[in-house]
Design a protein around this ligand. Sequence first.
Ligand code: AMP
Length: 189
Amino acid sequence: MMNIVLFGPPGAGKGTQSQNLIRDLGLVHLSTGDLLRAQIAAGTPLGLEAQGLMNAGLLVPDHVVIGMIRHRLEESPDAAGFIFDGFPRTLAQAEALDTLLEGLGQGIRCMVSMVVPQPELVQRLLLRGKDSGRADDQNEDIIAQRIEEYQAKTAPVAQYYANQNKWKEVDGIGSIEEIYTRIREAVGC
Ligand code: AMP
């Protein structure tokens, strides 16, 4: 099984590149942001709990996203592998993911970290906000808060994978195809 963590700050292009990997490698896409937005759209209690935090640019609690991922892993026992997009975002989530995968006799093959400078991230997110309708992409203060959460809580997750020799860094600047080529090289397939 090929399980890949696509890692990087908001606006790095994780969603776009996940679509390329799914198309070519037949993996199942697990985006906690997408799963949370689906809960909000369905008006579930979980969605209501998450909505305020997401709109403020803050992370939702670990147990919420870990529970969603556990559920999705159990739902796809025959998957060729998973792309984790926007998860794990904390050390507790990274540890929980390893435990969940171990329980299935699986593991993470590698974590690909997409590097994009902050001013470029802000521009990309504001541009995306014009089409996506995402409230958290339309306000510079909220974007700044999301990047701050990333730096404080998510960036240390890279070291967790580096300690396991699974961390790969790719330059996230360039055309979508150029960046994708770098990711395929990093993934080694
Ligand atoms: P994303 O679509 O990945 O940019 O996520 C949008 C928002 O959903 C984030 O700003 C968080 O509020 C929330 N979120 C998504 N994934 C996670 C996660 N793994 N842990 C905590 N919060 C998350």
